[in-house]
Design a protein. Sequence first.
Length: 282
Amino acid sequence: MPELPEVETVRRSLEPLIKNRDICQVDLRWPGLLKETRLATLQGLVGSRFLKVRRRGKTLLLDLDRGQTMLFHLKMTGQLFLTSSAEPVDKHDQLILKLDSPLELRFRDPRKFGYLMIFPTSSEEIVNPLCRLGPEPNSLTLEQFISLLRGHKGKIKPLLLRQDIIAGIGNIYADEILYRARIHPEKPVSQLNRAEFGRVYDSMKCILSRAIRYRGTTVRTYRDGLGAQGAYQRRLQVYGREGKKCPVCGQAIERKRVGSRSAFFCPRCQRLKSMSPPSHSR
DNA sequence: GTCGATGTTATCAA
DNA sequence: TTTGATAACATCGA
């Protein structure tokens, strides 16, 4: 679930509390967490201090003094949170960074898809996951948005999910964005007119900022940097609501596989084809 | 117990 | 270029 709004919420909740704190001890409990990074590099972080916490797409970037950056990808079920060392360690806790006082920064991930990568901050733009990301949604003008999408073929929803085109949108928010824009997830981008692009663009900005305001969506495992749940799950209009009534027209929400992911949408508000004009023959 | 699905994405084949 | 399948893994619900 960690999409842009969730990762941004983790960032905002974590930064003020770990900024200027030192790493006193490193306890890696599952070596597979490290990606393209040596254990010695991780252990060498003892004595480093956190400077800031950034986000790029769905990744978290923890900048340290001494010029290194820790990149966490939460994937499906990863959690990065600050806690007290008195808190019992879960069997899915894969990394524990002891900070000063009783504070610990922990990475927990039941499914073990998430990872940590450490690299020099200066090489950020050439490092693997970051260098292939498209622009941030909030940095895009409508013109840029249109030209990014127009350069590709295919259905709109799978394109919104592509991180190399636009960074940060995942399955939940793609569905919510398209619902608000009244665009069917399978609509070919080649058939979108300017007004429809405009609606998707406005909807993207609106949904993402609203989801950040509500501190993200907790479907199951997502937690912010202090272990708190989000609140946006109560505002979802279509995601996970198959068979329930569309909030606007009352039609049953449908679910369909689009680009090998589940897509939830209202078949009436999000039509694939415009209605044929009424027939006069009778 | 089994089966199918889950918010992500890299990789490979067609 | 695009798509679909697969894989990484644990958990949950039917």
